[in-house]
Design a protein around this ligand. Structure first.
Ligand SMILES: C[S@@+](CC[C@H](N)C(=O)[O-])C[C@H]1O[C@@H](n2cnc3c(N)ncnc32)[C@H](O)[C@@H]1O
Length: 353
């Protein structure tokens, strides 16, 4: 009997996984997971009714999700229309819980943002240029923000409290903190909540992100934060005691210009903390899942975004330690050390001195 070559198996599985991922996008954007978490288990008819969507599609999606192992299914006595589908506790966390570090619906949203732009990506790969963050749109913005939010809200404050000199600098009454490339500002808000006697300024070049950050902070009644629509190359509002760049240095078309401006915006004794991807020091073949994920985002999202700007250095998501050190050196910093924050998702923290 003929056996299927392993590579063919893998590519076949990849195709199925792509379809299952895109179906997760549908359930996320249609509110189906959230409804199942709130009121499930439900029949497809009840799910469609409660979410004002189409019952025939709801039934197919529920069956597909159960077949994939994402939804539970009780057979309701065996009649198609009576089957009830739901989420178990793990499913609730993975598909709906904005406070859980297991919340992965936004990861799929971010991937889908690139999938929607595949014709533009083909053009960019052929002719040069790129696909900007703005072009990737709200799926990318929302996906990015929701994916990192639980890490900033649940994990970051405790980790910073474990780094005595940073904790002291951040906690000094009247200290000023910058959060460059803040996106929807979940990190800015987490810092303001953890260090209520400081002023925290979120800065981002993307106008819609800054508007959303302001709305989120206002809705949550967070004090001590402000958001500025500006390029990191023109940092405003200093001098800063601590400046953070959370998962954005690798996106910046001109990272050395940004780091140079951030350095100039520091108060005496001020410091810069960069959180970026925990990329291996060199290409491993084959690589582990995290490195493959970083390359996935690099090929589909971060590199095309960066290259959409004229003169971009084109860093890509796989930003290696050597690259961070080189950018820091070129921006006038004298050294880069690891901040002892470990087991923080797939990121690494650097301090630039
Ligand atoms: C991958 S997102 C990270 C957002 C947020 N820090 C987080 O961790 O969720 C990168 C962000 O950097 C911003 N950005 C890119 N280049 C920038 C620049 N030159 N100045 C300021 N922000 C920039 C983008 O608009 C985007 O919001």
């Amino acid at each position: 009997m003929e056996t299927t070559p392993p590579l063919a198996d893998r590519v076949f599985e990849t195709g199925v996984a792509m379809m299952e991922g895109l179906a997760v996008y549908l359930g996320d954007r249609l509110g189906w997971y959230r409804e199942l978490a709130a009121a499930g288990p439900l029949t497809p008819a009840a799910l469609a009714d409660r979410t004002h969507t189409q019952v025939r599609y709801a039934r197919e999606w529920c069956e597909q999700q159960a077949a994939a192992g994402f939804l539970t299914c009780d057979d309701g006595g065996g009649q198609d229309g009576d089957r009830r589908f739901g989420l178990d506790a793990e499913g609730v966390a993975v598909f709906t819980d904005t406070s859980s570090t297991d919340f992965l619906a936004p990861f799929i949203r971010l991937v889908a943002a690139s999938a929607i732009q595949l014709p533009a990506l083909v053009d960019a790969y052929r002719q040069g240029g790129g696909v900007s963050w703005d072009q990737l749109g709200d799926d990318a913005r929302d996906g990015q923000a929701d994916m990192n939010r639980p890490w900033f809200e649940q994990v970051l404050p405790g980790e910073l409290a474990g780094v005595p000199h940073l904790h002291a600098a951040l906690g000094r009454p009247g200290a000023a903190i910058a959060d460059i490339g803040c996106g929807y500002g979940w990190s800015t808000i987490a810092l303001a909540r953890a260090y209520p006697e400081t002023r925290v300024v979120g800065i981002d070049i993307d106008g819609p992100s800054v508007e959303r950050a302001r709305a989120i902070a206002a809705e949550a009644g967070v004090e001590g934060v402000e958001f500025v629509h500006s390029a990191g190359e023109d940092v405003e509002g200093g001098p800063y005691d601590v400046a953070f760049l959370f998962e954005c240095l690798h996106d910046m078309p001109h990272p050395v210009d940004v780091l140079t401006a951030v350095r100039a915006s520091l108060a005496d004794g001020g410091t810069v903390v960069v959180m970026d991807e925990a990329a291996d020091d060199e290409l491993a073949v084959p690589a582990d899942l995290i490195q493959r994920m970083l390359y996935g985002f690099s090929t589909l999202c971060c590199l095309p975004d960066s290259l959409s700007h004229p003169g971009s250095v084109g860093t890509g998501t796989v930003i290696r330690r050597e690259t961070v050190e080189r950018y820091a050196h070129d921006a006038g910093f004298t050294g880069v050390t690891d901040v002892p924050i470990e087991n923080f998702g797939f990121w690494r923290f650097y301090e630039l001195r």
